[in-house]
Write a protein that binds this ligand. Structure first.
Ligand SMILES: [Zn+2]
Length: 176
């Protein structure tokens, strides 16, 4: 994930700025613009705050449809090797109309949809929901062969527990 490495920060002081602080990424560096009058303590406080904001903004962007497809390809490489031809989806996207399902797939057109409610969950849960749907492209029903495929993902059981907990708390049906 982006944001785990601490970036190189360049602080630029501006006499024109009064209280406003802004930050942007410039290649490997993050440039933070602060008012010239800021003390060293204010500078370090604001640098931390702006880095956190930037990471949050990039985290949201990272969970795009494009990232979801990249994630799907990585999961296929790791856990569905040998099934690539069958498991590669034609499309995979975030949707807001799943009504009680975490994800769904249509084997006929090889499309996968993942609920936006999963978007805020930890990465290892998103991976499980996505792998579950990818496995359905290979085996449509929840039979032993299907669970054997899903079980290749080491955090499957843990993720199912997580989702059941969320479902119980929100009275939503269990994951499909
Ligand atoms: Zn299923």
């Amino acid at each position: 994930m982006a944001g785990t490495r601490k970036p190189v920060v360049e602080v630029r002081r501006s006499q024109r700025r009064r209280r406003t602080v802004s930050a942007y990424r410039d290649g490997e560096r993050v440039v933070v613009l602060i008012p010239d009058q800021f003390s060293r303590a204010e500078e370090s406080e604001w640098v931390d705050r702006m880095l956190a904001r930037l990471a949050a903004r990039e985290g949201r962007l990272a969970r795009s449809d494009a990232e979801l497809l990249a994630r799907a390809n990585r999961l296929i490489d790791l856990y569905l090797t040998g099934y690539a031809a069958k498991a590669v989806p034609a499309s995979v996207r975030w949707v807001t109309n799943q009504n009680g399902r975490w994800g769904s797939c249509t084997p006929a057109d090889r499309s996968i949809r993942i609920s936006h409610r999963v978007q805020e969950m930890p990465d290892w849960v998103i991976d499980y929901v996505l792998l579950h749907e990818l496995a359905h492209l290979i085996v449509p029903s929840h039979n032993a062969r299907f669970w054997a495929l899903v079980g290749r993902y080491p955090k499957s059981e843990r993720a199912r527990g997580y989702l059941e907990g969320v479902a119980a708390a929100s009275c939503a049906p269990l994951p499909t």
